[in-house]
Design a protein around this ligand. Structure first.
Ligand code: BGC
Length: 360
């Protein structure tokens, strides 16, 4: 019975895509059931370490756990929204049953959701919201909270009159705006009352670390190194910013924030060059997305405990939201990331000072 239903759905999907059916339904059904259903995970870029080094392997492993026999394909659009759209279309033509999408363009990606919907394929927005689209689920951290953690840390670790540079993420990423609202909710009142000075606030297309470095170099030149702290919206950019500071022998003197808890940012923290990062378990996040995708493949509702909080409204619908919890990471609690499998102690401590999790 299941097989029959499956083969009918396949035929419907294929016909809707305008494909000519040359295979007898029974053969098709057998072939597809043998192979297992296809889930396609669309990643946004590879200039930020987390996507390829954590989200991808964690998601594949969790999918295999949640739905043995599933086929998982992962594509990376390298910050090109048109490429992401064609990857989504190719996934639908290949018969994907669920799309998991980390959008490059929070508005443009609505077309992906629309095309998928036409084929009866649900879309899970992974990490980044897609605006004005009929999303099935959203799996992410609360971006505003991330920004608040970064802003609060910087407020507490700077002094009266300190000059702060704000380096925001990609203007087309919904998260970049949520983070900004979060840290500005803490910092803007301080800029307004004069207790901190805003040097400049700039946005960084594609979250590109080399662009962040260039922006930081230019700001240091313009201000004659008149910078006391930097709010960097993520770790990749913090790496570029710290390189710019290093060239002026300011790395370690100027506090720099981050986000993601990547291996290289943890090492910069151990070296005293980056001050903190914000981390949420991507293992947890990818596992939640996989549990939802597996339920969708079975035609079931995901476990209610996954989406028990308030939904996220995207201007079109209230999207059920599976949340993960962010926290500040410094040398003191870095061990948490080792315990979670985000990094290994061996990789982390190679050539590092013997502090925190690397103390002998
Ligand atoms: C993610 C961050 C990531 C950034 C750049 C954001 O949407 O939430 O974790 O560092 O994109 O890829």
């Amino acid at each position: 019975m299941n097989e029959l239903k499956y083969s009918r759905r396949s035929i419907l999907g294929a016909t809707a895509l305008g494909l000519v059916m040359t295979v007898a339904p029974a053969t098709l059904s057998l072939a597809q059931d043998d192979e297992g259903p296809l889930v396609v995970f669309l990643l946004p870029e590879n200039v930020t370490a987390r996507w390829e080094s954590q989200d991808k392997p964690f998601f594949i492993a969790a999918m295999e756990r949640e739905y043995p026999g599933v086929r998982v394909r992962v594509e990376n659009a390298l910050n090109d929204p048109a490429k992401q759209l064609s990857q989504a279309e190719a996934a639908l033509v290949s018969g994907a049953k669920v799309l998991v999408v980390t959008a490059i363009d929070q508005r443009g990606a609505a077309v992906i959701v629309e095309h998928a919907r036409r084929e009866g394929v649900p879309v899970i927005a992974y990490d980044r919201l897609i605006q004005e689209a009929d999303l099935a689920y959203y799996v992410s951290v609360d971006g505003h909270t991330i920004g608040e953690l970064q802003g609060t840390w910087l407020a507490e670790n700077t002094e009266d009159g300190d000059r702060i540079v704000v380096i925001n993420g990609s203007p087309t990423d919904d998260n970049a705006h949520l983070f900004e609202q979060g840290y500005m909710s803490v910092l803007q009142p301080m800029f307004d009352d004069g207790s901190r000075v805003l040097v400049e606030s700039v946005w960084t297309p594609g979250w590109d670390p080399s662009k962040a470095q260039e922006q930081m170099e230019q700001i240091l030149t313009r201000t004659d190194n008149g910078v006391d702290a930097v709010l960097s919206a993520n770790d990749g950019m913090a790496g570029g910013i710290i390189a710019a500071l290093d060239a002026q022998r300011l790395a370690g003197e100027v506090p720099v924030t981050g986000l993601d808890g990547t291996l290289s940012s943890l090492q910069l923290i151990l070296q005293g060059k980056q001050s903190m990062t914000v981390w949420r378990s991507l293992n947890d996040q990818a596992s939640k997305a996989a549990a939802i995708a597996a339920a969708l493949l079975r035609g079931e509702e995901p476990d209610a405990s996954l989406v028990e909080g308030a939904p996220m409204n995207n201007g079109r619908v209230d999207v059920p939201w599976a949340k993960v919890v962010p926290m500040v990471i410094t040398t003191e609690n870095m061990q948490l990331e080792i315990d979670d499998g985000a990094v290994t102690a061996e990789d982390l401590c190679k050539g590092m000072p013997e502090v925190g999790p690397c103390s002998a």
